[in-house]
Design a protein around this ligand. Structure first.
Ligand SMILES: C[S@@+](CC[C@H](N)C(=O)[O-])C[C@H]1O[C@@H](n2cnc3c(N)ncnc32)[C@H](O)[C@@H]1O
Length: 334
């Protein structure tokens, strides 16, 4: 089902049945594209933001753990895709690919970022995923190297807004999904009851103020040094766009309840300190190190040495999953 880079025919891995080409692997990851990890200002053609520079800072300090929400969503996706082969496009560090493989699906974990794919494999090994269940592939979402009608389902979670022409990707997803198969997108959690939302607001007030002040001060100093925050994402209505191509849209709720809390050190500061937010990608490393260290010093002076141990509480009551089903009789994509 994979496209041979040499003869262009579709074949199984890891040697082309037609021309004998051996698919290249690096760090146990199939190299199915030669496109760069990111293609922004200087690049020609469709722009996209791969996460090579974000890397280990994307998921904070808990990155090797399977998060319970990811597990719950994966369980439902596996069931709806009848435990078939699933493409997780823009799989990142494996938040869904790893739980899906643990559910018993065969997962083609695709991403343009070699760094994120390495992290995904680390997470898979940490969680004892069977290697046969996970096929890590460096690929570009703009040209998915899979045959038409080849997978039972596909996930595209938090990737489409990182590509300047998301419709091209949705058409590619439509092409590779089998008739009757589904494209899945994880949605936002439904709103909380008013009293819970108010309780959380009060609990998190001080945290929000401190994090916002840190963020403001960091960007104030970066901007004074002549560097602007860069926003590399493209706004569009992803559900409407998928519905236009697939011709339908279903939203389901998944039962899930969780109270959690995390310190400022473990998520926000860890990610900001590692330049793990996409708007930091244009900040030169040296300037970032100086400014970050300076703001940490200022906050220690103002709030004490444990200023970063303040916690943020969350309550998740229910999860939402959207899916778009490809009709059994194939329509021509728009
Ligand atoms: C915000 S992360 C989401 C990761 C994961 N789906 C999740 O929900 O945790 C987006 C991922 O999309 C990948 N990505 C961006 N542009 C891409 C492209 N053109 N082709 C493949 N992957 C891409 C990035 O490298 C990154 O790992």
């Amino acid at each position: 089902m994979f496209k041979c880079p040499q003869c262009g025919k579709y074949t199984d891995l890891s040697q082309c049945a037609y021309c004998g080409f051996t698919f290249a692997k690096m760090d146990d990851i199939y190299q199915l594209t030669e496109d760069p990890g990111l293609n922004l200002d200087g690049g020609k053609g469709v722009k996209y933001l791969g996460y090579d520079r974000v890397g280990p800072y994307f998921s904070g300090r808990r990155r090797l753990e399977c998060d319970p929400a990811g597990m719950a969503v994966a369980g439902r996706v596996a069931e709806l895709a009848d435990w078939g082969t699933i493409l997780d496009l823009g799989c990142g560090d494996g938040r869904l690919a790893v739980p899906l493989a643990l559910q018993g699906c065969t997962v083609i974990a695709g991403d343009i970022s070699q760094v994120m794919l390495c992290l995904m494999l680390e997470k898979a090994r940490h969680n004892q995923v069977l290697p046969t269940r996970l096929i890590p592939c460096r690929m570009n979402a703009l040209s998915i190297p899979l045959a038409d009608n080849s997978v039972a389902g596909a996930l595209a979670v938090s990737i489409l807004h990182l590509i300047s022409e998301p419709l091209l990707v949705i058409r590619e997803l439509y092409r590779v999904i089998k008739p009757g198969g589904k494209l899945f997108i994880m949605g936002n959690s439904p709103g909380l009851p008013k009293e819970v939302a108010e309780e959380l607001k009060a609990l998190n007030q001080e945290y929000e103020q401190r994090v916002n002040a840190f963020h403001r001060r960091y960007w104030e100093l970066i901007t004074e040094a002549g560097v602007q925050a860069t926003r590399y994402s493209w706004e569009f209505d992803q559900h409407a766009a998928c519905a236009a191509i697939f011709g339908n849209h279903t939203e389901i709720k998944i039962d899930f309840f969780r109270r959690d809390k995390e310190t400022m050190a473990d998520y926000f500061l860890y990610r900001l300190g590692g330049k793990g937010f996409s708007d930091q990608q244009g900040v030169p490393d040296e300037l970032h190190e100086q400014v970050f260290a300076r703001v940490v010093r200022e906050f220690r002076e103002q709030y004490g040495p444990d200023f970063d141990q303040i916690t943020y509480a969350t309550v998740t009551d229910g999860l939402t999953l959207h899916y778009f089903e490809k009709e059994s009789e194939q329509r021509r994509p728009l």
